[in-house]
Design a protein around this ligand. Structure first.
Ligand code: FES
Ligand SMILES: [Fe+2]
Length: 426
């Protein structure tokens, strides 16, 4: 439970808010690279942290991320011409390069032109992991790029798509931090009922998750965020525990255990504004490119990904059609009657309302990681408001971590066991 005051602090992310300032201290993905496929292509709208921006790829391939409204008289640069190294507003022809400098003012006589005095809002970007990353904070605090593993492997090792959600970012993130819901929301009604779903966790892990539906949580504060362990018993084996280790990295990256074939998973939730966010759902393989078969499976969905409306990132199953819940399937195939893991999660977090009033909730022991994450975000936002910079933003080397799932001897101390499980994958 949170007070209404803390709930407001947690959920408001626009310019000038404490949580908005905290998010702006980190590099955040704001687009998929595929949305800007070629130089001089159409500009793309970006709304992030309550700010409206325009991103474009100039003639040399360089990205520009500019304020959406032309500094002359405010027309949208979405309609701009992308030509010869800059974005030209179609209202009166003013042109801006990727740094935001005004490089041409053709409606003014040369003697009157004041291009040198017009600097448009522009933010730094880079591309990695098939995504466009942006830094929206103060230039003096700009950190180096975080060396997350999926940003350091070749692009053909990575698959990523994104979905828009109609609720606050933290509400979405809380779905990843709560390992106990996997035993219910994502479960099937028997191994043969839904072969596609079996692949998501792998048959053996699936059985371990569903045998014990009340995991015990251990949460460890780390430099980058939190290491969250959920342990489950392993059938009649009194000497072992099945651990699922989730990594939460400030401010909005969650690595949940991937599948046993070595493909790792990260969910990144980026605030559009207080009541909307993007979920970037990303998989990568550290050692090899993803096979055609794997890519075809992800594109098909198959429980891993949601089916999307053609030409859009919006999921076919969504709030307006009750996520296409199939009551017959709910009785005979899977617990939710919905098509995929992301749709199931989205249905639950959107159904709570755009910003859930956390002063009315009743948290249990399975919500330990959620409590710890809120505390971490709230403390970091308050600290920053008092002038104390968030440690992980300026120490990105701490982001070299992975999630893991493993059966370990019961008597291995959690932190040793977690380290062993993680290192065995590196
Ligand atoms: S509003 Fe853009 S050039 Fe006038
Ligand atoms: Fe989930």
């Amino acid at each position: 439970m949170l007070s209404q005051r803390d709930n407001e602090l947690l959920c408001r992310v626009g310019p000038g808010t404490a949580m908005g300032d905290l998010f702006r201290r980190f590099w955040l993905p704001v687009l998929l690279s595929e949305e800007l496929p070629a130089p001089d292509g159409p500009p793309v709208r970006v709304r992030v942290l309550g700010q409206d921006l325009i991103c474009y790829r100039d003639s040399s391939g360089r990205l520009g991320l500019l304020g959406a409204h032309c500094p002359h008289r405010g027309a949208s640069l979405f309609f701009a011409r992308n030509e010869e190294g800059g974005l030209r507003c179609v209202y009166h022809g003013w042109k801006f390069d990727a740094s935001g400098a005004c490089v041409d003012m053709p409606n003014e006589p040369a003697a009157w032109a004041f291009t040198d005095r017009v600097q448009h809002t522009a933010y730094p970007t880079f591309e990695a992991g098939r995504m466009v990353w942006a830094y929206l904070g103060p230039p003096a605090a700009q950190p180096p790029a975080p060396p997350l593993e999926f940003t350091r492997v070749p692009d053909d090792h990575v698959y990523v798509t994104k979905y828009p959600l109609e609720c606050n970012v933290v509400q979405g993130m809380e779905a990843e931090l709560d390992s106990s819901h996997v035993s219910f929301l994502h479960s099937t009604l028997g191994p043969a009922a839904a072969p596609d779903f079996n692949g998501v966790l792998g048959q053996s892990r699936r059985e371990l998750v569903f045998q014990d539906s009340h995991p015990r949580f251990t949460v460890v504060d780390t430099e980058y965020g939190l290491l969250i362990g959920a342990s489950r018993s392993v059938g009649d084996d009194q000497d072992s525990l099945y651990w699922r280790l989730t990594q939460w990295l400030m401010p909005c990256f969650t690595m949940v255990p991937g599948d046993p074939q070595g493909t790792l998973l990260c969910q990144i939730r980026i605030p559009i504004d207080d009541e909307h966010h993007w979920l970037f759902r990303l998989r990568w393989n550290a050692f090899s490119s993803l096979s055609e078969n794997e890519l075809a499976t992800y594109r098909r969905g198959a429980g891993y990904y949601a089916t999307q409306l053609p030409g859009s990132y919006q999921t076919l199953a969504n709030k307006r059609n009750d996520y296409l819940i199939d009551r017959h399937k709910q009785r005979t195939v899977n617990y939710s009657g919905m098509e995929s893991v992301p749709v199931e999660d989205t249905a639950m977090v959107e159904s709570m309302g755009a910003i859930f009033d956390r002063s009315t909730e009743h948290l249990g022991s399975s919500d330990l990681a959620i409590i710890a994450t809120r505390r971490r975000l709230l403390n970091a936002a308050r600290d920053l408001a008092h002038g104390l910079e968030p440690y992980p933003a300026a120490h990105p080397e701490a982001y070299r971590v992975r999630s893991a799932a493993k059966v370990l001897p019961r008597d291995v101390p959690f932190q040793d066991g977690a380290a062993e499980a993680l290192l065995s994958r590196l």
